[in-house]
Design a protein around this ligand. Structure first.
Ligand SMILES: Cc1cc2nc3c(=O)[nH]c(=O)nc-3n(C[C@H](O)[C@H](O)[C@H](O)COP(=O)(O)OP(=O)(O)OC[C@H]3O[C@@H](n4cnc5c(N)ncnc54)[C@H](O)[C@@H]3O)c2cc1C
Length: 587
């Protein structure tokens, strides 16, 4: 079959904060850049980010990057790579000022400087007191950031392919990456996008869980595509559950609410976080707070007729603060919980929120995987940034506001690395003849499948399985059963059937193709979680309740083929300062 082909210097899959920050760097350097997105760029999930972006500007209280680095290492439960963490925290002020100069409308303090608010797990003086580090535009920081980046990209002539879905990564016999195949949703046509550098910025995969704060498009496509061509997925057992999703719907209530002074209460009106984290209380890190909520519910102190949720109280902040600093939250509470937080507390439960794992990269955004000789070599032509990547700065638990920072720091550094790499690699490599076969076979299967199950039904089974067997607390026997159940779901995924086989805007086909990616992410998660016999960060096991640095201070690598697991060491050595050695983690 003759498939149309287009050539670019760089193809970027994903138009969220990560993809657009990288694209900007590349387009401004004069390269020919294509950015693909399943949705209009400013509808990417980054738009939903509420609370802010971390940087030690010190606009409210004294601060420095070294304290930020300490918090991030501690927050990661020592699984984060300390070279990458130093790199990120040191660059934070610079990249935030850069956003400011691009025109990002941050809130302002009286003196005109960027407004900052406290956030969970961020401290001063190496854990001493609460830091005020999150730079914010009300509770719509991601919205402000994404629109700013989009406008800059338009003026830099980045070429957007809107409502295009990348299907598969093109990798040749040598293991080099040469572009992607993609589906134009409007027509149903398939195209080959050839590139000298291919960057994935496809975002998270929170849709593997039943209750999730993530957008419906967050289906882990980048991870699925990488896994299918033999790239391992790193640290997939670590999923962040956000403590405050709206009860019954999962929509996020930002930690900014607690940053502004809101707090959690149980059915007795008790401020229970004082028992779990006497020092940081409601602003302990997210894994700690989510476990506290789950324990309150389990021990019968939950609120409501089923005692199955808790309350987030903020009415004491006053109408003024709520309306000016948390307008989006108020809107969400009114719309989804049918209460006005100026008067009543918001009903909340822990909800799947963020994927700490992803495609393994170094701090230049280059994907590292077994290639020719070693287990951790740069894969030529392949880069990843943002939530789909694992650098790893978040380790076993991410601190709030560090993700937006990760997008901008590593989006920029990947852009710079690609500019350097393309100077040496000035020609497009020859494409193999069978290059689109995998994608065409996947589409043909869907067109010809008979007697299959619906995508909705199998998708529901996948999400229920993950929610039941791989949630906030994990149990040995449940994880074992979970591995078996998810294998059964995988067999069902391979036989889904769609009723609508038309070509134009066929969203049923898109959802079926997304399910192929969700199952890769779900399988990697369950298998990696079953294998890790300790509790660390967001991975809490009943049979191994303690962290075990002797055996488990290492990154997991999951390979799709034979579901093989391997491990690689954590990089404990920072770039210039001395290492923060693992110690007990308390808040
Ligand atoms: C509700 C919510 C609030 C949050 N608040 C904060 C916060 O305040 N601070 C913070 O630091 N972090 C926050 N986070 C986390 C942070 O927002 C995300 O981790 C981050 O925005 C992800 O950005 P990204 O660029 O990696 O991906 P995204 O913004 O998710 O973008 C992914 C892009 O990839 C495209 N894509 C995916 N698959 C394909 C495909 N197959 N073909 C073509 N295109 C594809 C999508 O269309 C999209 O353009 C929040 C997350 C959520 C869900």
């Amino acid at each position: 079959m003759n498939i149309p082909k287009r050539k670019f210097d760089v193809v970027i899959v994903g138009a969220g904060g990560a993809g657009m920050r990288a694209a900007l760097q590349l387009s401004e350097a004069g390269l020919k850049v294509a950015v693909l997105s399943k949705v209009f760029p400013t509808r990417s999930h980054t738009v939903a980010a509420q609370g802010g972006i971390a940087a030690s500007l010190g606009n409210v209280t004294e601060d420095n990057w070294h304290w930020h680095m300490y918090d991030t290492v501690k927050g990661s439960d020592y699984l984060g790579d300390q070279d990458a963490i130093e790199f990120m925290c040191r660059q934070a002020p610079e990249v935030v000022y850069e956003l400011e100069h691009y025109g990002m409308p941050f809130d302002r303090l009286e003196n005109g400087k960027i407004y900052q608010r406290p956030f969970g797990g961020h401290s001063r003086n190496f854990g001493d007191t609460q830091a005020t580090r999150s730079c914010a535009a009300a509770d719509r920081t991601g919205h402000a950031m994404l629109h700013t980046l989009y406008q800059r990209n338009v003026s830099a002539n980045t070429q957007f392919f809107v409502e295009w879905m990348a299907l598969d990564l093109i990798r040749d016999q040598q293991g080099d990456v040469l572009g992607v195949t993609a589906l134009e949703m409007e027509t149903g046509d398939v195209m080959i996008l050839q590139a000298r550098a291919t960057l994935f910025a496809t975002g998270g995969a929170g849709r593997i869980f039943h209750a999730s704060t993530n957008a419906f498009i967050n289906t882990g496509d980048g991870l699925g595509m990488a896994a299918r061509v033999g790239i391992p997925l790193q640290d997939m057992e670590f999923w962040q559950f956000h403590p405050t999703g709206v009860y019954g719907v999962g929509v996020l209530i930002s930690e900014a609410v607690r940053g502004e002074g809101g707090y959690l209460i149980n059915k007795d009106g008790e401020r229970f976080m004082e028992r779990y984290a006497p020092h940081a209380k409601d602003l302990a890190s997210r894994d700690v707070v989510s476990r506290a909520l789950t324990t309150e519910i389990k021990e019968g102190r939950g609120y409501g007729p089923h005692a199955d949720h808790l309350l987030l109280k903020l009415d004491h902040l006053g109408a003024e603060v709520i309306k000016s600093r948390l307008p989006g939250i108020r809107e969400i509470a009114i719309k989804f919980a049918h209460i006005d937080p100026i008067e009543q507390p918001i009903p909340v439960v822990p909800t799947a929120h963020y994927m700490m794992g992803g495609i393994p990269t170094n701090l230049h955004g280059q994907v590292v995987a077994p290639y020719k000789t070693g287990p951790e070599e740069v894969v030529p032509g392949f880069y990843a940034v943002g939530e789909c990547a694992c650098v790893s700065v978040h380790g076993a638990n991410r601190l709030g506001t560090n993700s937006l920072l990760d997008l901008i720091v590593f989006g920029r550094s990947a852009g710079n690395q690609i500019i350097e790499d393309l100077k040496r690699n000035s020609h497009h490599k020859q494409l193999p003849a069978d290059i689109a076969d995998t994608s065409l076979a996947r589409l043909a299967r869907l067109d010809n499948q008979k007697d299959g199950e619906s995508v909705a039904q199998v998708g529901e089974a996948l999400r229920k399985t993950m929610q039941k067997y791989c949630g906030v607390f994990r149990f040995a026997n449940m994880l074992k059963e979970g591995v078996e159940e998810i294998s059964e779901v995988a067999q069902r995924v391979a036989q889904t059937e769609i009723q609508d086989r038309s070509r134009v805007f066929n969203t049923a086909r898109v959802e079926a193709l997304e399910l192929d990616n969700l199952i890769e992410v779900a399988t990697a998660t369950m298998v990696s979680a079953e294998a890790r016999r300790e509790s660390r960060g967001a991975h809490a096991r009943n049979d191994f309740p303690e962290r075990n640095d002797d055996k488990w201070l290492k990154h997991t690598l999951f390979f799709k083929e034979d579901r093989r697991i391997d491990y690689k060491p954590v990089r404990l050595k920072p770039l210039t300062v001395s290492s923060f050695p693992p110690k007990a983690r308390t808040y």
